[in-house]
Design a protein around this ligand. Sequence first.
Ligand SMILES: [Cu+2]
Length: 120
Amino acid sequence: MKKILTGIILILAILAAACASQPELTTDKTIGRSEDSGKVAAVAIKGFKFVPAEVNIKVGETVVWTNEDTAPHTVESSDGTLRSDELAKGDTYSYTFTKAGKYDYICGIHPSMKGSVTVQ
Ligand SMILES: [Cu+2]
């Protein structure tokens, strides 16, 4: 009889410990939250290329170009929408597109460098 009682107490103790140590459910809803406004697309300028050369974004989104070359580069579209200063290594140029369309651009220093941003 004493063994049974000891067994019951032991089981109760284990259950109590299990309840106490049960981790709180963490519902972190801030992770993975995506809002459409303010999105940023990154374009690297490296090896005398725009990477990626073609970018597809939505109206209101921003493209940030970062020059990773030691050579200077610019970002210039023929319609004048994009017109960066000369970007030294590590410099960035960003533009927020407010109108839909396709924006072809080049590097003004190396016109064979070409890229485009399509805004929907
Ligand atoms: Cu260039």
